[in-house]
Write a protein that binds this ligand. Sequence first.
Ligand code: PLP
Length: 355
Amino acid sequence: MELKFVKRDVLKEKPTDETKLGFGRIFTDYMLMMKRDGERGWYSAQIEPYGDLQLSPAALVLHYAQEVFEGMKAYKTDDGRVLMFRPWDNIKRLATSAERICMAPFDQEFVLNSLYELIKMEKDWIPTSPGTSLYIRPTYIGVDPFVGVQPAKEYLLYVILSPVGAYYASGLSPVQIYVESKYVRAVKGGTGHHKTGGNYAASLLAGEKAHEKGYDQVLWLDGKENKYVEEVGSMNIFFKIKGELVTPMLAGSILPGITRASIIELAKDMGIPVTERRISMEEIYEASLDGSLEEVFGSGTAAVVSPVGELIWEDKHIIVNGGKMGETTQKLYDTLTGIQYGRIPDKFGWTVEVK
Ligand SMILES: *Cc1c(COP(=O)(O)O)cnc(C)c1O
């Protein structure tokens, strides 16, 4: 398939104040749009002006949530180069997520190369202040105008871009997390292991409840016994206990984060032991009481590393490291962002320059 280009008549005005970018509200001039139908397969791919979609009100995605997505970033280095972080892993995960909910396969290499073309074209939209980046949202939806339950034959796969501000406007500050003991996000055998929009719909109510109580995010427990830690909203989670990093193992209901995988590799490289296993809230609570719970942090593309200052579980307040960010958390954040922004040599082969 050939990647076509449709030019916009008038370009948008780029934001001038990078402190006011926020997250995911501003979109660039162009998007990548690919189309598929039952007869022709994938028949159109183009970089076209960013704009509204036209869909039938009966479109399958609107009724049965046949949707998967990704979240990745492009970074501007101090010397003006454009870097991406393990983008092939995101495209691969988009494909495996799609497979889980019966969506048509796509050519991963073509999507990745087309994405590079889009980024090259929109590179002037990548903000340059510390901690800012261009957020990339690949989205894949089934759009058949048919309200019967079955996998779609017609699809749109598109990528939109949004310049985003530093996640922590005033430095890395620890978040307060509500441990959810009633609602669950996912169960083994469900879709928790995949990046589907439906997982997020299922998470909203608990998130709102946590916000009302003054907490930033929800920590999910396992769907069977409500005992074992799973993950936080859109982040995986790590605990530092007696000098060791512990994170829940991937057992089918947790999203396999690319940041998670990178942190595991990075920590091991720094000589910090890492264990992937089941970890219960009881164990974390006990560790906090005997002083062996040293640090807690979340990991994900948006925040990279997010220190946790407090967990509330049932009526128990677990204060982590006096509510302050820990040393290991800081070191992992500095190293990972250093690699992403090209300030530290990337010996892992994670970054790619888009040029
Ligand atoms: C995207 C996501 C993550 C983080 O994954 P990264 O690849 O590190 O960005 C974690 N949990 C959930 C539920 C997610 O959707």
